[in-house]
Design a protein around this ligand. Structure first.
Ligand SMILES: Cc1cc2nc3c(=O)[nH]c(=O)nc-3n(C[C@H](O)[C@H](O)[C@H](O)COP(=O)(O)OP(=O)(O)OC[C@H]3O[C@@H](n4cnc5c(N)ncnc54)[C@H](O)[C@@H]3O)c2cc1C
Length: 289
């Protein structure tokens, strides 16, 4: 069954996100994680795409490996940053040859070590340009795009942001996967705003369990503008300096959030795993569908 049919099913699906491992041994560890998570019957797993260099090649390598060793539909992320039209065509041809059916099309953020990166020189300026390009590829890929329940930081005017988003959808997107959020009201409001804008695609909710305070601080930097609600900070504060209690508070918070999303009839929940299985399994096994 393809990813869209799964997302259109009545039952909320689970899916998992990984980042490309840095070497062979980390790749073996990641594959063990994927095998452990496979028993949760994910609708798909996805692998992020770096800002440049060898990490980009590692995305394809790990996608190939997951596809070879499991039956889970595997979705590579692909970003506009720094790619010419020819390079993009070559990447798509290779993915088509590998049997990849679905791609998450993103603009991407400039490399962190190049603060003066000039995006105006990129052939693909916005994710919508990439969606249009992928749509024209003969492989007939299913295309996912990113959505931002709390808003994307570079377009502060939320009405204009929705206009841009609608154009990206109309360019040929098939489903939406959201940025992490910690308040389900933000998600349900976003879903309703999408419907009002005439967007009726499956929306997969991105959930990031907080397991350490340092991880939360890093996430606040990476997912710029994210809102950390008082209800989350309260339970983390109550855990004090105890690492085990902090982890449990973060996992329990994610469990409640996921159950709420299932109860609201959300199409899918996408868990940012950070390449680890234990917390993800604990959350998934607590849920009633
Ligand atoms: C689920 C998910 C997975 C991700 N995976 C990765 C990854 O693997 N690798 C990575 O590098 N990053 C990843 N990101 C981060 C993402 O690339 C950044 O957040 C990026 O800043 C926005 O990407 P986008 O695809 O939404 O861009 P776009 O849809 O292009 O939007 C970016 C900004 O441009 C504005 N905009 C869009 N179109 C126009 C237009 N025509 N004119 C003017 N403004 C416009 C939008 O309003 C928005 O503010 C991911 C994000 C999410 C939510």
């Amino acid at each position: 069954m393809n990813v869209i049919s799964l997302l259109q099913a009545e039952r909320t699906t689970l899916s998992f996100e990984f980042f490309p491992p840095k070497d062979e041994s980390a790749s073996d560890t990641l594959l063990e994680t994927v095998h452990e998570l496979d028993r949760l019957n994910p609708a798909f797993v996805s692998v992020t795409y770096g800002a440049g260099g060898t990490t980009r090649e590692r995305t394809r390598a790990v996608v190939q490996r997951i596809m070879k060793e499991t039956c889970v539909p595997t979705i590579p992320h692909l970003t506009c940053i720094g790619h010419s039209e020819e390079e993009m065509m070559e990447i798509l041809d290779r993915y088509a040859g590998d049997g990849v059916k679905t791609i998450l099309a993103l603009r991407g953020d400039p490399p962190r070590n190049q603060p003066d990166y000039d995006r105006s020189k990129d052939h693909f300026k916005y994710a919508g340009d990439l969606v249009k390009f992928i749509k024209e590829h003969p492989a007939d890929f299913t295309i996912g795009v990113a959505g931002f329940p709390e808003g994307h930081p570079t377009t502060q005017n939320r009405l204009i942001e929705m206009d841009h988003f609608k154009k990206k959808i109309d360019a040929g997107a098939d489903y939406i996967c959201t940025q992490l959020f910690f308040d389900n009201h933000d998600f349900s409001d976003y879903r309703e705003r999408c419907e009002l804008a005439g967007i009726h695609l499956p929306i997969v909710a991105g959930i990031m369990p907080i397991t350490t305070i340092s991880g939360m601080l890093r996430m606040a930097e990476l997912a710029e503008g994210s809102r950390f609600p008082a209800s989350l900070l309260r339970v983390l504060n109550a855990a004090g300096d105890d690492a085990m209690l902090i982890r449990q508070a973060g996992i329990d918070y994610a469990k409640t959030q996921c159950q709420g999303l299932i109860d609201q009839g959300t199409s899918g929940i996408h868990l940012y795993t950070l390449n680890k299985s234990r917390g993800t399994i604990e959350i998934a096994e607590s849920l009633s569908f």
